[in-house]
Structure formats: C-alpha cells, structure tokens
Design a protein around this ligand. Structure first.
Ligand code: ZN
Ligand code: ZN
Ligand code: FE
Length: 761
C-alpha cells in the first residue's frame, strides 16, 4: 500500500478547547501516523498513511470537532513522507506573529459534574474541568495557550492530575487548568474576620447566610458576584441600598431550566441559549414574580443557569430554586476581580465574602442576550463570547478602534479579523477608564497587535477619542451612527450602498448637534444623512437623560407653546412646579439647550407623558418602562400620524397621544400605538428611499433596536414589504458594537485609499 503524507492547517477557535487530543484520537482511529501541534497560526496536523484513510479523517474531522471549537479555515497540502511510526502531539512552538483565537470561558460540562460525584480526588471539588470545559480567556496571560502562561501556573499538578494530563486517551489530556482537591485552587469564606477553609463548611455557611437574609460576595469566573435570596423583599431592598443600585433590574441564577419555567416564559430558542456552553444571562418575560424588588415593574428579568462547579454545588445544598447574582462592584465601577480588593471594599456591602486562590487575569462580566424574531440578540458581550473574533472580507491588520464611551468595547484588527474586547463599561468612571487602558495593552500583547491606525468617534469629549488621539498614530474619526450601521453591515458581511436606519440615545453629529433618529444612505466609507427626527432642544444636554419629563416639556413647548403646558400641567404629576418653570426658562432663553434628533429622547418624552418614567434612575429606563407598559394581549395595529418633511415631525403624534390620554384610553394601547408609529415611519422611509434611489437593503442598528417590539415589527414589516433587512445578533446594536463599525469603516477607506475622507455633508 502506498503511503502518502498531508499537512493540514486549521485556523479558528482551536486552542484550549481540546482540539489536539481530539485530532490524536481521530488519527488513531484511522490508523494514521504523524504529529499535531499548536502554533500561533492555529493547529497544524501532519499525517501519513493510505490515501483512503487520510481522506476518511479529513471527512470526519469537521463533523466531530469539540463543542466549543470552531473552524474558520482548513487548508490541506500534499507533503513529503517522513516515515513516522506513531501519532504524537508535539509541544507548542511560537513560529509566527500571526495569532489564532483565544477561547472564551466554557461552562462546566456534564462529564466533569459526574466526576465530582465519582472521582475520589474530585468529590465536590469546585475547580473540576477538562478539555471540553472550564476557564479560558479569564486565566490566559499569553499565547500559545499553555498552563505556564495562565494563572494556573502557580499550582503544581499532583501525580494523578499529571497522569490524566499526559494520557492522550483521557478527557483531561492537555487540559491546561486541570486540577483536583489535592493540587488545585481552593475556596475560603470570610465572615467578620473569621475564615472557613473546608468546602462543606463553606457551602453550609453560605446557604445558612442566604437563608437568613444575608448578602454574600462570591468570586465568579470573570469577577465577583453579589448574591442574596430573591424571595426576600427586605434583603433585595437592602442590597439595592448598599450597592447604590436604586432601580436597575437584578439578574438571577436558577438551579435548572424546570425551575426557570415556573417563574418565567421560556421559548425554545431561549432554552437553547440558556443551556449553551456560553451560559449568558437571557432576558425572559415574567410569568410569576419572585419579588417585586427584582425587576421593579419591568416585565422581563435577566436569568442564567449555573456555569461554575461552585454554582452547582451551592444549589445542591441551597433549597431555593434561584439566587440573585449581580455584578460585584460599587455602582458604576468595573466588576471586582481581586481577592484583597473584594475583602476590602465588597465586605462593606456584604455580610460574608467567598474567595478562591486562583487569580482572574482578564475581567469579564456575565454576557446578556435577548431573543427577538427567534434570533439571539446580544446586549452585553463578555463572558462566553469575548474574545471570539469576527471575520470580515477586509484587511483589518493594524487598525485600533477606540469604541464609544458609555458601554464601551474597543477592537483590534488582525489579518481580516476583528477582535472585539469584552464589555468594558462607562469610561467616564475613572476605574473603568483604567480597565480600558489596561485591556488595550493586554490585548496588544496577547494578540501581538501593533497599531498603525487609530479610529475613534467624532465626539471630541469622548475619553476613548482622547485616548486614541494620544496614541500618536494616524487618527481618523467617524460619525457615531455611521459606525452603528457599519457595525451591522460588517456583522452581515455587507459592502455596498444601503439605507441605514440608526436610532439611539445620543451620538455626536457632523453639525455638532446631538443625533439619534437618523436615516443614512451609506456604504462602509461614507454616508449621506437623508432625513432625521426633527431637532428639539435638550435642556441641560446629557443631564436630561436622567429626567425624561424635561424632554416631554421641550416637545410640548416646541409643538404647542408654553400656554399649552400651563393648561396641561397635570401631565407633569410629581414634578416640582419651580423646576418646570426653571427648565421652561432654559428652553425659552436657549440656555444650555443643545439641539437633539435623538430617538431615545423621543421615547423618554413619551414615557414621561404616559407616567411610565418621569425621572430615570438608570440608562434607558424610560424607554424600557414605555415598552413594558404594553400588555401583550393588546394587538392594536393602529398608529398615530407623523409628517415626513425635511425632518420628521411628531407634532400630530403628540397631539393625538394627548387626546387619547384625555379620552381615558389605556397607557398600554397608547404605548402600543406609539411603537407602531415608529415602525410605520421606518417602513415609510424605506419605501420612499426605494422609490427615489432604488435601494432595497435596509440596515437597522443603534440602541433603540434593543426594544424588542421596534426590532421585531420593523424587521417583519420591512421583510413583508419586499425589503432585505439586516439586523444585529452576535454584536450589540448599542454602543458596545461601535468599535466593529469603526474598524470596518477604516479598513474600507484604507482599501480605497481615502483614509482621511471628510464626510461629504
Ligand atoms: Zn469538563
Ligand atoms: Zn491533582
Ligand atoms: Fe449609539
């Protein structure tokens, strides 16, 4: 029989996910000799044997890859026969500057959970993992992925672990974080200066504390959590008070899917996402309330399933079906990852702190998704998702994208990929800005990134823009809503002229005004603003974000005058008359009243009008409460009138909403009709643009498209009217997705040789 040889180069998410042992076992199955190794390009396989057997392996390979792995390219070359007489895994070897993927963290697998009941050295051992599961990005310091380059390096494997690690037929073969009770990390519980060190005692104390209405800090995979019982109104209220988190909904972890279904509505798609190895928080509609304090009147709550061995072990002893599990931070600061810092600062707001002695290197928050039109829509992209790259058909090498400011993620370009950072947060917070800077430098090191071009938002005051400017390399600034649309285009691999509809809270316009209700004809390099929501004064600028009633006042004065406001002052129930007069004066005299075409601010005004939210305690509360007003049994298809002129006027919209309100029509119906109105506007504008310019592709992006009703109805109505519609799914449509759009714009302009292009408007 003729022996032939082939070299296979696989790129993608192939390191740290059990890929080499998988290849080893496959090669043995097909009786092939050769080698497999990790290098900075990916995984390289060299195989020798009969042609038929090699073909067999090549055919089987893609269909049987480990669950968390993902192949982006597979190249096969004919090679020279070396005469190997066995198959082996050879040591990692840095040969190139090009880097492959870093795996996100993977929820503990079923086999490991079973081992925790069977293997003597892993009974109830909370750091059990294997090549198919466990920590990855959170512990990686450098590539190639090897134990000594992770925060596991300080733990020396015991004989048993080492035997498993070296045994190619074992599930822990080359599992870098492999550990057992004899050699791996351990938990500790601190309460009032005393510590508990045995696991049984820790779990017992933790469940007792939780049952007795106490608040715990628990070290998670990417940072600390704060936990308490969700069935105890007083403790949840106390947690809100201590954490200075007045109104924001709190996430829950449930024991299992059956218990989730007792309290929340779960669709098939939602169940798949909840149970996936990524284990994000999924926003679900409430069926039966646990405590009013959890979501404070919203109709959804964020829910996740256990993903660390510790969570599973806790729920074995904890009798309640769910726990509040919110990020362990002080108000807007980044989630805490350091033991000492947790003991120092989180102990001020918790009754006990549970830590473990493995370091978290890369901070990640729990990711958040919701399902719209049966597709996953990511809101916060972090644990389980970052730092998986996004593949473009553009050369992105050397481009650094600084991102936006409020829910910042930055991005780096490698080859034709974009690596989007984990969720960073609001850069106006000093600690978050530090986290941003640290992460930029860590990404640069980890991915061997050498920035050549920086791309940032046009907003001169964004701290991300200032950071990019200070890098001392060529800087280009792109318009916020152009970046939103480009982000959605990049995610959907579009590179042509489209109608981009971008609705969000705020973004700096090319005219210096606040934009956010924008209709753009654009491609990846440039855009033309063809229409917009009518400019309205935004009293106090950003300050009005916290006071939706100010926007209502501004809209009413703009459309109907001050006298109308006086006659309808009951619309401002609960707002101090002096404050109303003060803001009216600001509007009249044009003091600190930037012009705004923001969709977010329009939703704020309507939310205030319906009394859903007159003052907001957190970002986007007013639009969320406006959406939550809608009783899903209301199937009205009615709309309010609006006018498309040089800009879009909502004068008749407000006039009719107020008369509905006066007629005693329910706020559910009014909110529903308002949402329908925005959808109708989207369809009308798309129809108009199609007629005038022949464009049939419509791209929707911006934070307002996190409103499930707006997103689902816009997408469906446009599709039913023959449009090709593109929306975001794996990349946030909020400002967390801006960096992807920024890189796409810079890459396209570089390809066209118009990097410094000034917007033609
Ligand atoms: Zn496992
Ligand atoms: Zn061990
Ligand atoms: Fe935005």
């Amino acid at each position: 029989m003729n022996t032939v040889a082939k070299k296979i180069l696989i790129k993608g998410l192939v390191q740290g996910v059990g890929f080499r042992p998988f290849i080893y076992r496959l090669a043995n199955e097909f009786n092939l000799c050769g080698t497999v190794e990790n290098n900075n390009l990916g995984v390289e396989i060299f195989i020798e044997g009969t042609n038929q057997k090699i073909e067999g392996l090549i055919e089987a390979l893609p269909t049987r890859i480990p669950e968390a792995s993902h192949i982006t390219s597979l190249k096969i070359e004919i090679s020279k026969v070396h005469g190997f007489n066995s198959f082996s895994i050879v040591k990692s070897n840095s040969i190139s500057e090009e880097v492959t993927e870093v795996s996100p963290d993977i929820a503990v697998c079923k086999d490991c959970l079973a081992d925790m009941k069977l293997q003597p050295n892993r009974i109830d051992y909370a750091f059990t993992n294997c090549t198919n599961c466990g920590p990855r990005f959170t512990i990686i310091k450098d590539l190639p992925y090897d134990r000594f380059k992770t925060t596991m390096s300080v733990f020396e494997m015991c004989n048993e672990c080492s035997t498993e690690y070296k045994n190619v037929l074992n599930r822990r073969f080359h599992a870098q974080p492999v550990a057992c009770a004899n050699c791996g990390p351990h938990y500790q519980l601190y309460e009032n200066g005393n510590s508990l060190n045995t696991f049984d005692e820790i779990i017992k104390a933790a469940t007792d504390l939780l049952n007795n209405g106490k608040i715990l800090a628990i070290k998670g995979l990417g940072g600390f959590h704060i936990a308490c019982s969700p069935f105890n109104n007083d403790v949840v209220k106390e947690l809100r008070l201590r954490k200075n988190r007045e109104g924001k909904p709190l996430a829950l972890m449930f024991r299992n899917i059956a218990d989730i279904k007792k309290y929340l509505f779960v669709s098939k798609e939602e169940e798949i996402i909840l149970s996936s190895w990524r284990r994000p928080i999924v926003l679900l509609k409430i069926k039966k309330s646990l405590s009013h304090q959890i979501s404070l009147g919203l109709d959804t709550v964020g829910v996740m399933l256990p993903y660390m061995p510790f969570h599973h072990l806790l729920f074995e002893k904890f009798e309640l079906p769910a726990l509040v599990l919110t990020s362990g931070n002080l108000s807007d600061e980044p989630i805490i990852i350091d033991n000492n810092e947790a003991l120092r600062s989180l102990s001020k707001i918790t009754d006990a702190t549970i830590i473990y002695n493995r370091e978290i290197h890369n901070r990640t928050d729990d990711s958040v998704v919701f399902v719209a039109n049966k597709k996953s829509r990511i809101i916060r992209r972090s644990r389980g998702y970052a730092p998986s790259p996004i593949k473009l058909e553009l050369k992105t090498e050397g481009i650094f994208a600084a991102g936006a400011e409020l829910v910042n993620c930055f991005a780096i370009g490698k080859g034709e990929q974009v690596i989007l950072s984990q969720h960073i947060g609001d850069l106006k917070n000093l600690e978050t800005l530090e986290f941003y800077k640290e992460s930029v430098s860590r990404f640069s090191k980890l991915f061997r990134f050498k920035p050549a071009i920086a791309v940032a938002d046009m907003h001169p005051e964004y701290l991300s823009t200032k950071f990019a400017d200070e890098m001392g390399i060529e800087l280009i600034q792109v318009q916020h809503h152009h970046a939103h649309i480009a982000s959605c285009m990049a995610e959907n691999n579009l590179d042509e002229k489209v109608l981009g509809i971008s609705f969000d809270g705020t973004g700096y316009g090319t005219d210096g005004n606040i934009w956010g209700g924008e209709f753009l004809i654009c491609d990846l390099s440039d855009f033309e603003r063809i229409n917009q929501f009518e400019y309205i004064k935004q009293p106090g600028g950003d300050a009005s974000n916290h006071h939706p009633w100010r926007m209502l006042l501004s809209y009413l004065i703009h459309y109907f005058g001050e006298k109308f406001v006086e006659e309808n002052i009951d619309l401002f129930e609960g707002i101090d008359k002096n404050e109303i007069d003060l803001i009216s004066t600001m509007i009249k005299k044009n003091i600190n009243c930037p012009l705004s075409s923001s969709a977010g601010r329009l939703f704020d005004a309507v939310s205030a009008l319906l009394g859903a939210c007159r003052n907001a305690t957190y970002h986007a509360e007013a639009p969320m409460r406006l959406e939550a007003l809608i009783d899903k049994s209301d199937q009205t298809i009615d709309i309010y009138p609006f006018e498309i002129k040089n800009s879009i006027s909502f004068k008749s919209t407000f006039k009719n909403m107020i008369s509905d309100l006066r007629l005693g029509i329910s706020s559910s119906v009014i909110s529903s009709k308002f949402h329908n109105t925005i959808v109708e506007l989207v369809v009308s504008m798309a129809t108009k643009v199609k007629k005038e310019k022949g464009l049939n592709k419509v791209v929707l992006s911006g934070g307002t498209f996190q409103n499930r009703i707006i997103l689902e109805k816009s997408e469906n109505r446009l599709k039913n009217n023959g449009f090709e519609v593109f929306t975001q799914s794996d990349i946030p449509s909020n400002d967390g997705g801006i960096a992807l759009g920024q890189i796409a714009i810079a890459a396209k302009r570089r390809e066209l040789g118009v990097l410094g292009l000034k917007y033609g408007i």
